[in-house]
Design a protein around this ligand. Structure first.
Ligand SMILES: [Zn+2]
Length: 413
């Protein structure tokens, strides 16, 4: 009897030859809606069950960490973990999320969001990029390594619920259960760049602030009889933006852009006609803040500027937090495991990726908040949460080859 163990080259070749299987599995998955109950869906169970059928027979163990939704009793939020056991401490994780956002305006889709359409190298459908790419690429990156051949770390793939809302019943739940350790290498492929050239190792704090300005409404011809809330908020906003820029002016070149940003975004309609002076105005700032600053201190500063404008104008200005997400410690990009990952990307794609910090938030932050390193990387991206979301099959194949190379370097050898 001859035992044949596949070497990395064989695995990479099999992945390249798996185009038909990849397209078939992606299309079958996209046909199963997986929208969380908060967004009006039934959850991710049916999709989780389907993915479990794809995993069966290829892993040493498949575990479920399902949890009942805390706001929608009776709806189960599934989490699937598939493992191949290694001989050493630590696990190489690839974390993908099962859920999608709502498709939005169906008229803007050229084909139905749940009926995948294959056009050349592209597969169109809701959830193809976000986060189907990672689901399928991690499966193909791992499945061809035979059990019992792992001399290094273990391999684990996690498919989690609840990413598009709060992640508490998905990745947060798995972290609470203690599934992860300092010996692990954790990839969260939920953001990427066309050639896989960037790795997200850090994120800015996110702070959304609401400003409500209370004046006194009056007729357009008699401004002296009222207090124009729009005028007050305009002067206040300009002053505030300039002072925020001066006060929080640090730069950090790992981030793109390399500064904290304070952008006025939403404002509401106040009066409906031109000849009424508004007695109320409301606007919002979207702030992406470098990790060294404290969002609470920034809130204090904004309130103090508001107070100055209250005293100067007689208006009342309420400043409140709409949302605040604190970012964890940036992930260490000097570890041996990270170097092996960078080398794997170079092996497959010909170029070493660069570590960057970004303004958006991903699941990786949940790990960083508990002191674990987590890295966000994949090829492509940019069509998520939009009509005609799609993924390139070639990107899935490249991702899978990179994952296989990482497994080979950290788990097999
Ligand atoms: Zn996502």
């Amino acid at each position: 009897m001859v035992f044949f163990t596949m070497q990395l080259d064989d695995v990479l070749r099999v992945i390249e030859d798996s185009r038909d299987g990849i397209v078939k599995d992606m299309c079958s998955m996209i046909r199963i809606p997986a929208i969380g109950p908060f967004n009006g869906g039934v959850g991710e169970c049916e999709r989780a069950d389907f993915i479990q059928t794809l995993l069966e027979g290829h892993f040493d163990s498949i575990e479920r960490y399902d949890v009942e939704d805390d706001q929608f009793p009776g709806i189960i939020r599934p989490n699937v973990v598939a493992r191949k056991h290694g001989k050493k401490n630590g696990t190489v994780w690839i974390i993908s999320h099962l859920d999608t956002v709502l498709p939005g305006d169906l008229d803007k889709w050229d084909s139905p969001p749940y009926e995948p359409r294959v056009d050349g190298d592209r597969i169109f459908g809701l959830g193809t990029e976000d986060n189907g790419q990672s689901v399928i690429a991690s499966l193909y990156g791992a499945k061809f390594f035979e059990s019992g051949t792992l001399n290094g770390k273990s391999i684990a793939l996690a498919f989690v619920a609840d990413e598009e809302t709060k992640s508490l019943m998905g990745i947060g739940h798995l972290i609470d259960l203690g599934l992860f350790s300092k010996d692990d290498f954790i990839l969260v492929p939920d953001w990427g760049t066309p050639n896989g050239s960037l790795v997200d190792v850090a994120e800015k704090h996110l702070l959304w602030v609401k400003f409500a300005v209370f004046g006194k409404q009056t007729h357009g011809s008699t401004p002296n009889k009222g207090l124009n809330a729009y005028r007050v908020s305009s002067f206040f906003l300009v002053d505030l933006l300039e002072r925020l820029k001066d006060r929080y002016s640090n730069t950090n070149d790992i981030f793109r852009p390399d500064v904290s940003t304070f952008e006025p975004t939403k404002s509401i309609q106040t009066v409906g006609n031109i000849n009424t002076i508004p007695g109320y105005d409301e606007f919002y700032l979207d702030c992406r803040i470098l990790p060294e600053y404290d969002p609470n201190e920034i809130m204090e500063f904004m309130r103090s500027v508001a107070k100055e404008h209250e005293e100067r104008t007689g208006a009342r200005i309420e400043v409140s937090i709409d949302q605040c997400t604190i970012s964890g410690v940036p992930s260490d990009d000097t570890t041996d495991d990270y170097r092996e990952f960078v080398a794997s990307v170079k092996d497959v794609l010909g170029q070493e990726p660069i570590s960057v910090g970004v303004g958006g938030g991903t699941c990786a932050n949940f790990f960083r908040l508990v002191g674990l390193n987590a890295y966000v990387w994949q090829c492509g991206g940019g069509t998520l949460h939009q009509p005609n979301e799609h993924v390139l099959v070639s990107n899935i194949i490249n991702d899978a080859k990179v994952y296989a190379t990482v497994f080979d370097r950290l788990c097999i050898r």
